[in-house]
Design a protein around this ligand. Sequence first.
Ligand SMILES: [Fe+2]
Length: 159
Amino acid sequence: MNAEEISLEEVKVKPVVDHLNDLLANYHIHYQKLRGCHWNVKGPSFFTLHLKFEELYTAALLTIDELAERILSLGKAPYSTFNDYIKTAEIKEIQTIGLKDTLMVKAIIDDLAFLIAKEREILNITADAGDDGTNDMVNRFMQFNEKNTWMLRSFVNED
Ligand SMILES: [Fe+2]
């Protein structure tokens, strides 16, 4: 299958797919960071953050699957190895063992800022490609990240 099967121009869809694969790789590193935070958080905020990180990694997992299946719908293969994720992602892994809870939250805020910037870029690229389906999907991911940025910044008392 190629993009023409769903009435999109192959040449215009190529940059969309490349950026979706890039976003997929970044989400994978972000996802594993959230798991590490969920497992290793300590202190009086344990019950709050343990649950919040679980909510976020569960959402990230669904996002990852939607991204991969959108890439397939556009006729291409999603990255599916850790090797590809680590090579491609700009979001970096961190050591969460022994990391202070507020620094965990700040690390996640930084990831969300990066993901939002990438998603905004993809919104422009999908608009140019006439790919409203991807545009709509990525817009949802971005809104989720924007809302959670507000909540996590409130948690660490940042305006
Ligand atoms: Fe758990």
